[in-house]
Design a protein around this ligand. Sequence first.
Ligand code: ADP
Ligand code: MG
Length: 321
Amino acid sequence: MGEFDLIKRYFNRQLPKFGVELSIGDDCAIVAHQADTRIAISTDTLVAGSHFLANISAADLAYKSIAVNLSDLAAMGAKPAWISLALTLDKVDHDWLAEFSHSLFAILDRYQTTLIGGDTTRGPLALTITAQGLLPKLDALLRQNAKEGDWIFVSGTIGDSAAGLALLLDGRKILEDDDRYLVQRHLCPTPRVELGLALRSFSRCAIDISDGLLADLNHILESSQVGAEIYLEHLPLSTPLLNRNNREQAEQFALTGGEDYELCFTVADDKRAEMEQVLHSQGMKVTCIGKIVAVKNGMQLFKYGQPVAFPTQIGFDHFNE
Ligand code: ADP
Ligand code: MG
């Protein structure tokens, strides 16, 4: 039984009420706020050994814990506003805490987000962050909004983070620029906040890639009751990833490796050209990798028109390894 089955079985019971417009099942919940705004809310936990290696620097840990939460806001098209931080420390190390808080406020300032509260406790190192952001009354990017005929896009390049993690797990010294780039993408992913905001004009459906492209796209397919075709020759793979891996290994990282924190989103055919023009003019890289099809077709992979077999494990699940 995987983590999503556990959530479904034990926690997904309530019908939305008291101003709850969207509850369990998307990157954020959405609650009513003022007449013209709503609040998007997401919580993410990072645990030593599971989400970060024990030797991560305090600065990188602070950055990443905020980045992954902002990424969930980006996936809804929300503008970040408030953060709560629950911090569990195994010991008090003032140098560590100074470095941690300095990095924390640097990324909060970068995204104009305010730390409004939290909790500080002793125990094995772990962080739980709740991020809240603002949405207009009507627009939001929801997993349930993909429609047959939509194009499927991803931002940036994918697979870099998983390749970077593999290098870190390998334990060798990182000497090459390409390896340094991949490790950096793993440690310091970019939350696509500006892209999420820009997408509100063109798209109605997005998710952030935290568990792997196929696993996360699959959440869109299930929520929207649609299928998808993915064209592997169009996957946006970075030069460092291709320099350090053969094409097949790079594709594997891109399809099933998690933690890229890029956005996967859909756009209707009649909005595609304008969206590409606007985003590219703003320097935002997005690539069309496939198409939404009827639910009966499920998810299918193609390479230069030929069907390709599915990888055996499609993504990360905390309870299904
Ligand atoms: P993400 O990867 O975007 O952070 P998750 O995969 O962690 O999202 O969670 C999937 C959905 O399940 C989210 O809507 C989340 O809020 C909800 N969820 C996860 N754990 C629980 C829980 N223990 N109780 C209620 N809802 C939960
Ligand atoms: Mg998410």
